[in-house]
Design a protein around this ligand. Structure first.
Ligand SMILES: [Zn+2]
Length: 249
């Protein structure tokens, strides 16, 4: 690290759990973020500021006016631009020392295999069950840690599926069915703005902990938040012995 980096990351380096060696590790890592919306925005901002060396951001949508109430990586001037291009612009201004790669497409299963294979950790910040299941499938197959978040109205949840570990449950163990009937498009659902900030920030925190191998992650725990009462609940998750995805590995 050069002197500017030592200063930029000094408040991380002061933490004995991170130190210079941890920060150097972060600078060499590659995180894949799927979704540059409400959850992906804070996750990407914190990871960029934290000095993750390479961030790949996938999203097939363009920025529109209704996004700006919560998708804080996008400024008003980005309306009409692809979300990944807009995110790339904001993140590069926040931290010009990192490499931000824009992938402006809706991810398909074949692309996911390739994108996940070259990543050290994967953040699921998508907004539909089909994509969530595809991401999980790639992470199970390639044994990559998956940091998963979801939020709608005033309710949110976040968990880690550390698929590097044999005993870890996967997303499919938790939600065995595909194409749930309650999979409503975000376009017609309300969402409390700071809720995605809270959950996306937790996803960034868990990603850093996984990459640094510090503390205890949310692996095997599902954290549920009711934004109206600010009550948190934790549910223990177990690997489903009959999970068709886990059984393949
Ligand atoms: Zn499973």
């Amino acid at each position: 690290m050069n002197n500017r980096q030592l200063l930029r990351y000094s408040r991380h380096i002061l933490l004995p759990e991170i130190d210079i060696s941890g920060q150097e590790k972060l600078l060499k890592t590659h995180v894949l973020i799927i979704g540059a919306g409400g959850l992906g925005s804070p996750a990407a901002l914190y990871l960029a500021a934290s000095g993750i060396g390479k961030l790949t951001i996938c999203d097939g949508d363009t920025v529109d006016l209704t996004n700006l109430q919560r998708q804080i990586v996008h400024p008003s001037s980005a309306i009409g631009l692809s979300k990944t291009e807009s995110a790339q612009h904001t993140l590069s201004r926040l931290n010009p020392e990192i490499n931000v790669i824009s992938y402006p497409n809706h991810v398909k299963e074949a692309d996911l295999q390739q994108l996940v294979a070259v990543s050290d950790a994967v953040i699921d910040a998508s907004d539909n069950f089909a994509t969530r299941h595809s991401i999980n499938k790639a992470c199970v197959a390639l044994q990559k840690p998956l940091i998963s978040g979801a939020a709608v109205r005033f309710e949110a949840q976040v968990s880690v599926f550390d698929l590097r570990l044999q005993h870890s449950p996967c997303y499919h163990c938790l939600y065995p069915l595909h194409g749930e009937s309650e999979d409503m498009p975000c376009a017609i659902m309300g969402i409390f703005s700071p809720l995605v900030g809270i959950i996306g920030s937790i996803q960034a925190a868990e990603t850093l902990k996984i990459l640094l191998n510090i503390g205890k992650t949310l692996n095997g725990r599902l954290l549920l938040l009711d934004g109206l009462t600010m009550n948190w609940r934790t549910i223990k998750l177990k690997k489903d012995p009959f999970c068709e995805l886990c059984q393949l590995n």
